[in-house]
Design a protein around this ligand. Structure first.
Ligand code: SAM
Ligand code: SF4
Length: 317
């Protein structure tokens, strides 16, 4: 389960939101930490054993360590992980490790400070690299998420792969999706997973396919002699839907069975109406049983017949 704890962010990645940000959710529209904890307790009790905290930027929400501590202590939870842009993360790394978090996804689309600024519209490259150092120093399993954007960072594909030579990280290239909050017109996918793979294979003929985990959404590879690995996530092509078992909860409490659906039910509203855990459980099970066959069907079945255009910061990625 992926829980987005806020829609707010300290970067303005152009593929995720417009330069002047979003119409941020008000405090009352956001789920409170108590509501998030209750949802996590119940879902773990129902069998969810992995929770990923995302956003917006999780470390922008006040007292986030308090929520992480609470969730990390849920009996039966096997894995708590975080997706972060790394701007404010470094000072929290040791405490995250101490509470049992082992894996962090760090978003980093380029190794060039100038291109970082052009993509994120903020001058925070050094802070993100510092977080990467801290995570590695504390032996975290680090996955670097890198969105591949035509005309913006395709020259970074090979340097990002080269990073896996000496660093034990998994660099995962993600197809760009249309979830940009109408920050710009989505021109259609220019770099699909096959084109990304071809670019890598041409320069690294020793690349080998690894066995993917059962519910993996990435195709994983390793280059001979490299400490780390490379993954490609066909997030737009949606070739992995058959093995995806994710559910998502947005900052306003909307349950999503798929990135591409526009919400199945709002658990915050149900909790505020005084629903019991037993009733909430029934509602959740009913929602899970109406999962679309794949992301294409989920998109077709959206209640509002609009193309996907919302910001990824309101979904969590
Ligand atoms: N702020 C955090 C971060 O950037 O890591 C967490 C939230 S962010 C929405 C989660 C992931 O979604 C990031 O790895 C980001 O690169 C990815 N993402 C955002 N917009 C995207 C888009 N339009 N297409 C593909 N991936 C996107
Ligand atoms: Fe913020 Fe993450 Fe969206 Fe970038 S991708 S604007 S860091 S929420």
């Amino acid at each position: 389960m992926r829980l987005a704890v806020t829609d707010k962010c300290n970067l303005r990645c152009f593929y995720c939101m417009p330069e002047d940000g979003l119409d941020w959710l008000s405090r009352t529209e956001l789920m409170s930490y108590e509501e998030m904890q209750r949802a996590c307790d119940l879902l773990v009790n129902m069998g969810i054993d992995k929770i990923r905290i995302t956003g917006g930027e999780p470390f922008v929400r006040k007292d986030i360590m308090q929520l992480l501590t609470g969730i990390s202590q849920i009996n039966g939870l096997k894995e708590l992980s975080i997706t972060t842009n790394g701007v404010l993360t470094a000072p929290h790394v040791a405490e995250m490790k101490a509470m049992g978090i082992r894996s962090v996804n760090l978003s980093l689309d380029t190794l060039d400070a100038g291109r970082f600024f052009a993509i994120t519209r903020r001058d925070e490259f050094a802070a993100v690299m510092n977080t990467l150092d801290e995570l590695l120093k504390h032996d975290f399993e680090v996955k670097i998420n890198s969105v591949v954007m035509d005309g913006k960072n395709t020259q970074d594909i090979l340097p990002m792969v080269a990073l896996t030579k000496d660093l034990p990280v998994s660099v995962r290239f993600i197809e760009e999706m249309p979830f940009n909050g109408d920050g710009h017109a989505y021109k259609g996918l220019q770099w699909d997973y096959l084109r990304i793979l071809n670019e890598i294979e041409t320069h690294y003929p020793t690349i080998q396919k690894l066995d993917d985990d059962l519910y993996s959404t990435s195709y994983n590879y390793q280059i001979q002699g490299h400490k780390g690995s490379v993954g490609i996530i066909a997030a737009y092509s949606r070739t992995f839907c058959g093995s995806c078992n994710r559910i998502r909860i947005t900052p306003q409490g909307t349950l999503k069975n798929c990135l591409y659906d526009d919400g199945i039910l709002n658990i915050k509203d149900l909790m505020r109406s005084g629903i019991t855990d037993a009733e909430l459980r029934k509602n959740l099970l009913n929602a899970f049983s109406h999962r679309a066959a794949d992301g294409w069907e989920a998109e077709r079945l959206r209640h509002e017949q609009t193309n996907v255009h919302e910001s990824m910061a309101t979904i969590g990625g």
